[in-house]
Design a protein around this ligand. Structure first.
Ligand SMILES: Cc1cc2nc3c(=O)[nH]c(=O)nc-3n(C[C@H](O)[C@H](O)[C@H](O)COP(=O)(O)OP(=O)(O)OC[C@H]3O[C@@H](n4cnc5c(N)ncnc54)[C@H](O)[C@@H]3O)c2cc1C
Length: 252
């Protein structure tokens, strides 16, 4: 849980139980890859791992499971928590080499480092032969391009069961780095339906005249799938202002 432990969804539960209209896909959420060593609550932004697009991510069997370079990181970071949650033991490992150092915001905890892949695998307790095989296959599948981590560059892999679409570079320059990754949930997309005055909708009939919702509990009105950096605060601010104005209008 990336934020406060006090957000337990109690108010949302009460509204849904009282037959206010539900919105959003309960299976979708904003969840990032956080450092597996972070605290269970309130780890904050400094525990988010941003090295993913610059290397590969493997599960505890040493296998890749998703395209790490599918799109720009601000458009993709919020899906990685869900991807990791679907892996064995809900853990993953972001692996990079020295070429990636300095190109991403480091977490508050230093990466695990080693001069050999063998030793790095031992440190994160995954099968070294499997990790080596994954890296060798990945390195061999790279179609060379002109690396540019600030553009959708032409560095990709071909012929792998899961290819990497951008920023694919050989993992060959020690020291190698690993971050253990855990799913860090920010908020789910399950919420109450609101109208453009932030009034909470009932399942049947007119919207509530005196109950207004803003922020995460109504984010599912805006977010269907995926995420774009900044939308969380935007939903809170825009609908917070509307809900406040409407509540004041109702009270006056
Ligand atoms: C680590 C982290 C990084 C983030 N980074 C970004 C970012 O870079 N950009 C972005 O746009 N968004 C970001 N977000 C998301 C964004 O912060 C949230 O979407 C936004 O703050 C939600 O606003 P809110 O008002 O809905 O909820 P909150 O700000 O969580 O406010 C809800 C309040 O209600 C209180 N509360 C809960 N239950 C009860 C109760 N029963 N009775 C009384 N009070 C209660 C809680 O204590 C809390 O103070 C981040 C979130 C986290 C956790």
């Amino acid at each position: 849980m990336r934020g406060t432990p006090y957000n337990k969804g109690n108010i949302l539960r009460q509204l849904l139980d009282a037959k206010f209209k539900q919105v959003g896909d309960p299976g979708q959420c904003h969840a990032v890859a956080i450092d597996g060593r972070a605290p269970a609550y309130d780890g904050g932004i400094v525990s988010r791992v941003d090295s993913v697009p610059l290397g590969i991510v493997v599960n505890n069997e040493g296998k890749r499971f998703f395209d790490e370079g599918e799109d720009f990181w601000p458009k993709r970071y919020a899906i990685w928590g869900r991807l990791i949650a679907a892996q064995p033991d809900q853990i993953g490992y972001a692996i990079t080499d020295a070429k990636a150092d300095g190109l991403f915001m480091p977490t508050v905890l230093p990466a695990l480092k080693s001069t050999t892949i063998d030793d790095l695998a031992r440190q994160i307790d995954i099968p070294a032969d499997s990790l080596l095989k994954t890296i060798n296959e990945f390195n061999s599948a790279i179609v060379s391009g002109s690396f540019d981590h600030q553009a959708l560059d032409g560095c990709l892999t071909e012929g792998l069961p899961i290819n990497k679409s951008h920023w694919a570079r050989q993992i060959d320059t020690p020291p190698y780095s690993a971050y253990p990754l855990r799913p860090g949930i920010t908020f789910t997309y399950l919420g109450v339906a609101v109208d453009d005055r932030a009034r909470v909708q009932v399942e049947r009939g007119n919207p509530s005249e005196n109950i207004f919702a803003a922020g995460e509990m109504m984010a599912g009105n805006i977010l269907g799938r995926g995420y774009l950096a900044g939308i969380g605060m935007t939903i809170g601010i825009v609908f917070g202002r509307i809900a406040g104005r409407e509540a004041a209008r109702h009270a006056s």
